[in-house]
Write a protein that binds this ligand. Structure first.
Ligand code: PBG
Length: 337
């Protein structure tokens, strides 16, 4: 049969693509992607203290919570069928050192939070970031010597950090540091300690992005940070390099890979998913959240519609899941609440 039309799929007027869009029922039947609460990982910020809740000014609607308050919030997330949360500590400035020793203190805030969460919500998946920036007086993800971010020395500390987090009950270790070779070394360290079922979600393609600004306010890593993270995080101009980063992380034992930021990097999500076919995640980061909320608060965008559209975009690009501060709000909307 002769091909008709540019795609060989018919042509106007026998083919009218609007026909399937006429009614809600047929729009639902032909929809190619589905967004659900099962797609979400909810990042949460934890602070020391009791009964404490502090608003993050650059992220309207997001609070830093003390462990007791966090347990309640995570209970609500569990009721909404959200499978996992990612715990980020806002560490006291006094605990930050050049060696980032607090990162592998089994009694540090994140470990205490993970233990409390596992005790109260054993079925909730717990993700922990692995990087030194919350604990490092230099604000960098790695150890710094004479202005240089050390790679192999940092990886040793990341292993110790991973172990204390796994001991606390973390299910998914998520290295966000972008040091070379860290996935393989962390995998071996976990296996050697018997944590063979602890998963690794690598921040495989993490870009040196200005969209992390509000997060650095939330965890207080921005104050300490001098300079930028361009010697370890990726150049936003690069795409093939993201495939190499991802290939290495998979070869080293990553169970899941992640792209970060999210919406400005959907092309990367799509290429990674198509190339490797592995569980692929995207992080809708703090700056993306701030943009959406700022516009919605001003009445410039319809909050409910735009957040669901922004999340559906990740599914369309091929993401299996999304780390998003919008998780509970979006889950409620999807439930029709
Ligand atoms: C730390 C880390 C960052 C984010 C997640 N883990 C910040 C950074 O790399 O400076 C950003 C998350 C967000 O912006 O929501 N390594």
């Amino acid at each position: 049969m002769a091909k008709q039309g540019s795609l060989g799929l018919g042509s106007f007027p026998s083919t009218r693509l609007r026909r399937n869009r006429v009614d809600d029922f047929s729009r639902r039947l032909i929809s190619e992607n589905v967004l659900s609460a099962h797609d979400f990982i909810w990042p949460i910020f934890v602070i020391d203290g009791d009964n404490k809740r502090e608003a993050v000014s650059s992220m309207p609607g997001v609070d830093r919570l003390s462990i007791d308050m966090m347990i309640d919030a995570v209970g609500e997330a569990a009721d909404l069928d959200i499978p996992a949360v990612a715990v980020f500590p806002s560490t006291d400035l006094a605990l930050k050192t050049p060696g980032a020793e607090e990162s592998f203190n089994p009694e540090n805030l994140v470990c205490r939070a993970v233990r409390a969460l596992k005790k109260n919500h054993p079925d909730m998946g717990i993700v922990c970031d692995v990087a030194l920036d919350p604990f490092n007086s230099d604000g960098h993800d790695g150890l710094v010597k004479d202005g240089v971010i050390l790679n192999d020395e940092t990886v040793e500390v990341l292993c110790k950090q991973s172990i204390v987090q796994a001991q606390a009950g973390c299910d998914i270790i998520a290295p966000s540091d972008m040091m070379d070779g860290r996935i393989g070394v962390i995998r071996k360290a976990l296996d050697d300690k018997g944590f063979t079922s602890v998963r690794i979600m690598s921040y495989a393609a993490k870009y040196a992005s200005a969209f992390y600004g509000p997060f650095r306010d939330a965890v207080g890593s921005g104050v300490a940070l001098h300079g930028d993270k361009k010697t370890y995080q990726m150049d936003p101009a690069n795409s093939d390099e993201a495939l190499r980063e991802t290939a290495l992380d998979i070869a080293e034992g990553a169970d899941m890979v992640m792209v970060k930021p999210g919406m400005p990097y959907l092309d990367i999500v799509s290429r990674i998913k198509e190339t490797f076919g592995v569980p692929t995640f995207a992080y809708q980061v703090s700056g993306e959240y701030a943009m959406l909320k700022a516009a919605a608060e001003n009445g410039w965008l319809d909050n409910d519609k735009v957040i669901l559209e922004s999340l559906m975009a990740f599914k369309r690009a091929g993401a299996d899941g999304i780390l998003t501060y919008l998780a509970p709000e979006a889950a409620r909307l999807l439930n029709g609440e």
